[in-house]
Design a protein around this ligand. Structure first.
Ligand code: NI
Length: 255
C-alpha cells in the first residue's frame, strides 16, 4: 500500500476523467491521496472532493504565487474550511523566489507564510511547505516561526546539509518525480542519506511526471515509479519503501 501525500486532483486537468484516475491509483496500490490547495477556491474544491471520495484527504492554504488574493479575512475562511474532518493539513504554503524576483513582494510572501504557520498552530494541524529557490529564508522562518509545528518540505530540492537541519527539527522531506530525472542533481544523495522515518513519497500530480512519463500529465498511479527509484537509490526493496513511507504519512497526518 502507498499513500500519495501531495497531489492536485482538484486541478481542471482531471475534470474529464477523475474517477478513472482514482481507479488506476487504487489498482497500482495507492490507497490514499492527499490534495493540496493553492487558493481559497482550490481549497474549497479539495474539501468537496474529500467529502465525495473516501480515499481523498486535503490540505488547504494560499500558495506563495497566489498572495494577491490574501487579505485579513483569508485565515478565517481557511479555518472555516478546516472544520471538515478530512482536512488534515495547512498547505501548500511557503516561498517561491523562482517566479518572484521583486524583493518587496518576497517580503509579502514571507509575511503571509508566517501568518499561515500561525494558523496551523492554532488549528493544531501539520503544514506542507512549498520552497522554490528560497532555501535560506525557508529554513530561517521554520526555525524561528515553526515552533510547536510539524510538517514536510514538499518536493524537496535543497542540499544534504539543509536536509540535516530539517530532520533535526523532526520535519519530513517529500520525494517526487525529479528523483527519476537524469538531471536530478543532489536529490539522490539527499534521499540516500535521509533517515527512513523522515521520507514521504508524493507525485505532485498533474505536475512532475516521473521518467519514463516525463512531460506528460502526472497522476497518483505513477507514484510507483518514484518508489522504485527510492528503493534503487537506498538499496531497499519496494515493499520496505511502501511500508515506511506509509507509516510516515500516518505519523505526520491524522488520516
Ligand atoms: Ni504541489
Amino acid at each position: 500500500m502507498f499513500i500519495d501525500t501531495h497531489c492536485h486532483l482538484e486541478d481542471e486537468n482531471f475534470s474529464a476523467d477523475r474517477v478513472e484516475v482514482l481507479e488506476r491509483a487504487k489498482n497500482s496500490g495507492v490507497e490514499k491521496i492527499i490534495n493540496f490547495g493553492s487558493t481559497l477556491q482550490s481549497s474549497a474544491k479539495i474539501v468537496e472532493l474529500a467529502e465525495n471520495f473516501s480515499e481523498l484527504y486535503g490540505g488547504i492554504g494560499i500558495h506563495p504565487e497566489e498572495i494577491d488574493e490574501f487579505d485579513e479575512k483569508t485565515c478565517l475562511k481557511l479555518a472555516e474550511l478546516a472544520k471538515n474532518k478530512k482536512i488534515i493539513a495547512i498547505g501548500e504554503i511557503g516561498l517561491d523566489y523562482h517566479w518572484e524576483k521583486d524583493s518587496e513582494r518576497r517580503l509579502i510572501q514571507q509575511k503571509i507564510f508566517i501568518e499561515q504557520l500561525d494558523l496551523a498552530r492554532q488549528l493544531n494541524l501539520p503544514v506542507c511547505i512549498h520552497n522554490r529557490d528560497a532555501h535560506g529564508d525557508t529554513l530561517k522562518i521554520l526555525q524561528t516561526e515553526g515552533k510547536n509545528l510539524r510538517g514536510v518540505l514538499h518536493c524537496y530540492s535543497g542540499s544534504v546539509e539543509m536536509s540535516r537541519e530539517i530532520f533535526k527539527m523532526g520535519w519530513f522531506i517529500g520525494v517526487d518525480g525529479p528523483l527519476t530525472f537524469k538531471n536530478s542533481a543532489k536529490l539522490p544523495e539527499v534521499v540516500k542519506n535521509a533517515p527512513r522515518d523522515m521520507i514521504l513519497i508524493e507525485t505532485d500530480a498533474p505536475y512532475l511526471a516521473p521518467t519514463p512519463f516525463r512531460g506528460k500529465r502526472n497522476e497518483p498511479a505513477l507514484l510507483i515509479e518514484i518508489a522504485k527509484k527510492i528503493a534503487e537509490v537506498r538499496g531497499e526493496t519496494l515493499e520496505e519503501v511502501a511500508a515506511y513511507t506509509t507509516a510516515n504519512a500516518f505519523n505526520l497526518y491524522n488520516l
